[in-house]
Design a protein around this ligand. Structure first.
Ligand SMILES: [Zn+2]
Length: 139
């Protein structure tokens, strides 16, 4: 259910990015998802595969999922660190006065697609375009 909502948000974000970039179809999407979202990549892939079938511009695209680590900033020693489990203490000094600064991100990092030619004919050589965009917050 969780992954389904995220997949739907990725599809929406990708379609918007294609339109903004003037691309007719996508070949690959790279999404960056913070670990605190607890996404299971295989489940997200299954949802994406189902959804993209109904979206011609995305039908032949591959979804690449990058998981961003949980990052904290310690208010006591001012260091920043990556933590493996959300134990919410600074690994350097043990302080619990920390701010979580990474792990909640979710955005479309890259989209590679096909740009139609000006005369509308099918282009032999594919051009690529990268764009960054936020994935709308899944409800
Ligand atoms: Zn610390």
């Amino acid at each position: 259910m969780h992954e389904g909502a995220i997949a739907a948000a990725i599809v929406q974000g990708a379609l918007e990015a294609l339109e903004r970039e003037g691309l007719s179809s996508a070949r690959s999407l790279t999404v960056l998802i913070g670990r605190l979202h607890s996404v299971v990549p295989d489940v997200l892939q299954d949802h994406y595969r189902l959804l993209k079938r109904e979206r011609p511009p995305l039908r032949r695209s591959r979804l690449l999922i990058e998981i961003a680590p949980v990052r904290i900033a310690c208010r006591a020693c001012l260091r920043e660190a990556t933590i493996e489990r959300p134990e919410f203490a600074c690994p350097a000094c043990g302080s619990t006065q920390i701010d979580v600064i990474g792990g909640r991100e979710m955005h479309l990092k890259e989209i590679i697609g096909v740009r139609p030619t000006a005369d509308g004919r099918r282009q032999k050589k594919k051009s690529e375009s990268n764009s960054k965009s936020q994935i709308p917050n899944p409800k």
